[in-house]
Design a protein around this ligand. Structure first.
Ligand code: SAM
Length: 288
């Protein structure tokens, strides 16, 4: 492809044009760089996802792409051309940029060749009606982007159906969190609510709400999780669950510890709990 070249038709999509941008002062680049800040992500309702595989996965799962950015080195790459053609077909913008520009957008020294700008998606809590053996994770004021990304990835891995973010949380659509999800951000629905909204929703939830608490009296392995929907609630990294949320739980579970550590890391504790809750549902695929 060369500057402002037409894309050939790919899979019936519209023909579009590539805009070439090399200057960091270009206004489009400035807007993309601003997406490192939550304020601008929220204003525009979008976020950045890095890497060709991630962008393809997202588009296959019907996430709406607004802009596709690719580095000059990606010129002639068939997959990138296909993704670019699909971006045009969806009404998006395609930018060919220098490595310097893509580094500045992603704030990385060794950037990926492709970055997608996608629309954020939150689901209304009213639409959440767990059934069967559904598992959801509720996170109280999670602060650390790495923890949140790791939890989203782990929840996806065990087949959990959604993440409920309660209160003032770190942004699931920050660069750091999206990176830590390794693509699972596109596979698991997010709900964002206040504590009061969660407690109100909880009144109509007839499954099992299990909170994890360092003062919990029950060993997490003694609880029966099967044959009912489960919501697993995890506390804030510094303060743990407040009394108001702990009081709303059917059970308060504790993971036994030896040694001198006061507690487990939030994402690790969530992983331990999720694997216990999903113990019977997860079977190793033993195909030869
Ligand atoms: N100082 C906090 C407290 O007193 O709760 C520590 C919070 S801990 C780092 C963050 C969250 O991870 C806790 O709220 C709880 O949900 C979970 N957690 C960590 N270790 C746990 C354990 N041994 N048993 C149950 N939950 C645990």
């Amino acid at each position: 492809m060369s500057r402002n070249d037409d894309f050939s038709r790919t899979g019936g999509s519209r023909v579009g044009q590539v805009k070439e941008v090399t200057s960091l002062t270009n206004p489009i680049v400035k807007d993309l760089r601003a997406l490192a800040l939550k304020k601008y992500r929220d204003q525009q309702g979008v976020f950045l996802a890095e890497g060709l595989k991630l962008v393809i996965d997202a588009m296959e799962q019907d996430w709406r792409i607004k802009t596709l950015v690719f580095a000059k080195a990606g010129k002639g790459n068939k997959l990138i051309e296909q993704v670019a053609a699909r971006t045009f077909a969806k009404g998006g913008l395609v930018l060919e940029v220098s490595e310097k520009v893509i580094s500045a957008i992603t704030r990385r020294d060794n950037p990926q060749m492709v970055v997608g700008v996608f629309e954020q998606q939150y689901n209304p809590l009213a639409s959440l009606r767990p059934q069967g053996n559904d598992v959801h994770v509720a996170l109280d004021r999670v602060r650390d982007p790495g923890n949140l990304g790791t939890i989203i990835r782990t929840a996806d891995a065990v087949g959990a159906k959604g993440i409920i973010l309660i209160g003032d949380t770190t942004d699931p659509y920050s660069l750091e969190t999206v990176r830590a999800t390794m693509g699972s951000i596109f596979s698991i629905p997010l709900y964002k609510v206040t504590e009061a909204e969660f407690l109100n929703w909880r009144k109509g939830f007839s499954g099992l709400l299990v909170g994890t608490h360092l003062k919990g009296a029950v060993d997490y392995r003694t609880i029966s999780y099967s044959n009912q929907p489960v919501v697993l609630m995890m506390g804030n990294e510094q303060q743990g669950l407040p009394d108001s949320l702990a009081a709303a739980c059917d059970r308060l579970a504790r993971i036994p510890q030896a040694g001198r550590a006061d507690s487990l890391n939030l994402a690790i504790a969530t992983g331990v709990m999720l694997y216990e809750i999903r113990r019977d549902a997860l079977i190793l695929d033993e195909r030869p």
